[in-house]
Design a protein around this ligand. Sequence first.
Ligand SMILES: CC(=O)N[C@H]1[C@@H](OP(=O)(O)O)O[C@H](CO)[C@@H](O)[C@@H]1O
Ligand SMILES: [Mg+2]
Length: 571
Amino acid sequence: MSFSNPRESVFNQPKPVVHLPPDLLAAVTKGAEPYPIPPGKKYQYGTAGFRMKAAGISNAGLDHVIYTVGLIAAARSKKRNATIGVMITASHNPADDNGVKLVDPMGDMLEQSWEGLATTLANTPNDKLAKAYEELVNDTLVDEIRQLHERPAKVVFARDTRASGPYLITALKAALDAVKVEYTDYGLLTTPQLHYIVRCVNTLNSPYAFGEPTEKGYYEKMATAFKTVMHGRAIQGPLTVDCANGVGAPKLKELIKYLPSGKEGGIDIKVVNDDVVRPEALNLDCGADYVKTKQRSPPSSAAQPGDRCCSLDGDADRVVYYYTDESKTFHLLDGDRIATLGAVFLADMTRVAGIDQKLKIGIVQTAYANGAATEYVEKVLKLPVTITPTGVKHLHHAAARYDIGVYFEANGHGTVLFSDNAIKVIKEAVPKSPGQKHALESLRACIDLINQAVGDAISDLLFAEVVLAHKSWTPENWRNTYIDLPNRLVAVAVHDRSIFKATDAERRLESPKGAQEDIDRCCQMYVKGRAFARASGTEDVVRVYAEAHSKTEAEKLASQVAEVIKKYGSA
Ligand SMILES: CC(=O)N[C@H]1[C@@H](OP(=O)(O)O)O[C@H](CO)[C@@H](O)[C@@H]1O
Ligand SMILES: [Mg+2]
């Protein structure tokens, strides 16, 4: 097994081969002993890291995966000469699942080329693990000039509230101990908090210092920014936050201690679904995924018509808003809405501050964004839209190409990125009026309020609240900016989803041959009909999305396209 192709030496010399000390290799083998790979298991570092059942823990083999992730984290840390993060979570998945993701030095997702290395190592049985680690070291850390494996490594990690978390942490520590890596266990954190900490640790004492690398530092940074950007505005009525009975609950309660209350010109947050004592309650009939996919409030909701509500997912990196109207009709304000709300505000503020000509603002969406949202951004807000494939890493990279890049998946994953140029322009602009001064102060505070390392439900909801306060908007006013096209998302089980290859930011199928033409024919039958199909990156299904000008038509279109997929997928 090899992790990369051998490269030719620039000096025409063979690349040196490093042999790791026998005691270290023995420690890798010994440390892995309690975590064997179950026979027949295959693992894949997917859109959101590794994720699987953790119940009957040793059968699932997630402990083996986590052990190998410890080794990858060690090598990655040496490669980047920086601290790497490991987060143990399965986000919105059921309580008996768990998973793991790696966090790169700037708090971003693991570089894609390393995902393959993580997959290879995860699929390596224990008796070959030490040798595979040595090969990994040789392939990624050793060349003719440098022997990076001699660098010290540092890893920080945290977990969500799942019952399997503490056990999986022991597997991670066993790997880090085996390869003598220094680490800090941050205990329970939301995923975005861990990303924040990684970025803080790696930028400490630099001109790009992100903040204090502690949980307290996270709350203080956000609370200070929130107070500044509120600037005497008032938030109307309380916000009910459904925390999916996950880690978001204790963390949001902690943040509330740092925020001024509604009476003090701050915010009244009602935390609900905060039961972290019964681990089985996690994501059960509540949370962002439930609300988005079922298009309804959690059954436990006691909200009254017009009440502003939002739901986080199990690791608090995703948020959607919603309310019910007087006739008890449910209205979802999803990621597309949060993106447009944020973009309107940031565009307004740059205009008032007189710096709009210097900054290119854009919105990044996926094909799942509602057609009405895309049209609103382009035609009403007159801002450019980039469409990328599914998965936050794609959106994140595209957003980084704007000065102010607002990105959100429809399901509520997202944030805003400010380029170095934007930060410089915003920080250096000299105001010529009190209005400009206020706008600049608000923009500066937004840079701190928004967790630019990664989408962060808690930071996103504070940002949304601030904008609603500035605009004096109720959820209904917000919804009235544009009306969503009725839509339907269905998952189709097929024999082999890998035959469905998508192109054009996943909006078209290039294989199997003929499938796209059939989908096109279906779409033409409906007013505003748009549909696409793509293989999921996280589940063994093909997802079909359809929208049209009425609910019945959107549903008909979805089921017709699902039939097309079944036809081509039944082979
Ligand atoms: C339609 C949809 O919601 N897809 C989700 C889902 O990806 P799929 O590749 O569609 O399974 O999980 C991803 C990871 O959480 C998330 O980024 C994405 O938005
Ligand atoms: Mg999540």
